[in-house]
Design a protein. Sequence first.
Length: 386
Amino acid sequence: MNFIIKKTLRSLKSTSPLKMELLLFSTYRFIFEKAKIHDIILEVGQNEQLNLFLERLVDFSWDRALKNKTKMEVLSINEAIPTFFIERLIPVMSLRQIKEIIRSMNQYSSKNFLTLRVNNLASNKPLDTLINLIQNDFRKKKITLQKDPEFPYLFYTQTQYKQEILKSKWYRHNVLIFHDWASAAIVELLKPSENDFICDLCAAPGIKSSLIIQLSDNRLKIVCNDFSNSRLNFTKTLFKNMRVLGASLLNSDGANFPTKVNIKFDKILIDAPCTGSGTFLSHPELKWRQNFAFLNQNVMIQEKLIKAGLKLLKSGGILVYSTCSVYPEEGEFQINDIYSQVQPLVLPDYFSPSYKMDDKILKGTGRLIPSIHNTEGFFVSKLKKK
């Protein structure tokens, strides 16, 4: 709509600018809802400049407006995505693939399912028994649950059942929680087991850490660190409600982790702060933060976190690094910089290959592509410290 408004305003020689909210409302009503000019004027009140604007809007033509635009500019305008986003991906994929990713992140209404995680820590029953009880209860309520083929604690249901699930005793008692599939896939790369000493370097709000602990049945030690104290307070409440044990919460800058020299972790998860360029489906507002300054800010933070993580990891220890970004700068480029210090490990087949670096795919790295996996966009890597 901004494009339509700017194009139309250029043809007006007005010294008294109209408020943007008025222009957005009027343009949306006229272009997308096919409202009549008379009705729009009645809704917003008489305004001479708005009358002129709407009269010019009648003559707006997409064919004329896009005539001299490049394919990249046309894609940006048609899909309401910044050209910066497209420019970052052009070196690693075709315009058609970029278009598919954008459209999958623009179509919120197409996601008609919810992902649920069974948290057996909040019950004294084994996971299998708990799952059977939940399935039987929901069957009586005619709520359909579909088991995930990869992770036995994850289930899918249609969004129409959300209110019923929120009212259920399973949700109220934190036995059932909403948990994104991509998030679980990243945790599974760690393969947490009994007696592991793990650090989640950017832990808040804590959903990944809670799964790490669940997979060990509360039998490992984990340091959940985060820069934000308020977010850690949320993590503390979450862990209490989910009956998560064995977790130490630490409020510090992960890039300057306050630890003694002789403390080393078996495994470290760095789900790093990023541009969120793979999360436009759930966070469309992030589209308009995409620029060089925002990207460089996050890249610098990621570099420091990776450096700190390797220092904290014991020799032979496992590092899992991930970002919810589709940009190579926040994924492949970061791992390429430390490749000599690590040994890549094999990823499960459900991850797509990562972008090529010098015509080669970096082993130990992969991606979740919105248009392929029906998830948010993620970069993932699993590496062993030499």
